[in-house]
Design a protein around this ligand. Sequence first.
Ligand code: C5P
Length: 405
Amino acid sequence: MQDLAGKHIVLGLKGGIACYKAAELCRALIKAGATVQVVMTEAAEQFITPVTMQALSNRTVYGSQWDAREPNNMPHINLSREADAILIAPCSADFMAKLLHGRADELLSLMCLARPIAEVPLLIAPAMNREMWAHPATQRNMAQLQADGATILGVGSGFQACGETGDGRMLEPAELLEDIVAFFQPKLLAGQQVLITAGPTYEAIDPVRGITNLSSGKMGFAIARAAREAGAQVTLVAGPVSLATPRGVARVDVRSAQDMMEATLSCVDAATVFIAAAAVADWRPAAPTAQKIKKDGSGKPPELLFTENPDILATVAQSARARDGRLFCVGFAAESHDLAAHSQAKRKRKGVPLLVGNIGPATFGQDDNALLLVDAAGTREIPRGPKLALARLLVSDIARRLKST
Ligand code: C5P
């Protein structure tokens, strides 16, 4: 998806071993539709060459405030005026200290200081040794930069080039891309606490076997990402899936429907929106055995008895919080035919104001989907597209409903 189409990013590189990641970041930004103007400091050129960055960005790199290519000889003004954002990645501890004091003795800092502060956001991806990161001076500088309007994208944790392990690594290019895309999304759900269930459940028969379904969790995870991009605090209760957690989303992993119910109920008191996207098993084996069920030689399969699982959505929708309007509940329906009629009937049965219908075989495991939004007034189709695009449309629909209630 071209999530950054039409955006012009000035990518500033300060000296640090994480410069090698900036090459891939530049590529990722361009793949997402952005144009990228690279600015490098002298120190950055010790780690990666301007040739690499020029080839990847398809633009000549700037490195000096005395660059005569600019007719007015003011690259710091010209470059900062055309940017939709300035992203410093990697940003060293020294550069944070420098920005904080408004120093401007080379092009990159000069450009940050000269940017129109209300129109050109400054995003910072720090990269440094763990001791440098933890130092009170760095933490103080970071807090002050945030107070001055910069957005700090955080750091990763793990093995560092110096051989030590801890916080301070620059985030991976894919993580930075996700954060930058999120940064540009409208904050339609600011202040909301969104709780989402996603994925299948797994109902044990014995310690090695169980019953599950083909839900991939992709739709629920896309909704979690879209809600976080829209500024909500998001908790994702996920059945057994192998999907990466969207950036900034709190994830609770569960296995069975009962686990999912328990996790949901323990988070729901803080929620203002509940979206049940999980494909919860309706039934579970009544008495899972502690030991593996063995063939007994008779040729007769074992008899399995089932018991009904709790309905998480219906339970939450009947809670006092939902009934007095503090919690907006959204259900899903995976149908094979008569989508509108079945979804409307399910919406009423579950007692929710909004139900999202989709065709089960056309969504399970797919990256694309199509949705039918069903409420008391009727239906609205969201045509087939990538699940993240649909999730963003669903989020903006929910935001509109929250505003009007
Ligand atoms: O009844 P059905 O399973 O078709 O309902 C689908 C909707 O109800 C989905 O939103 C699903 O997440 C939710 N559900 C639930 N707990 C169940 C069964 C379904 O929350 N036990």
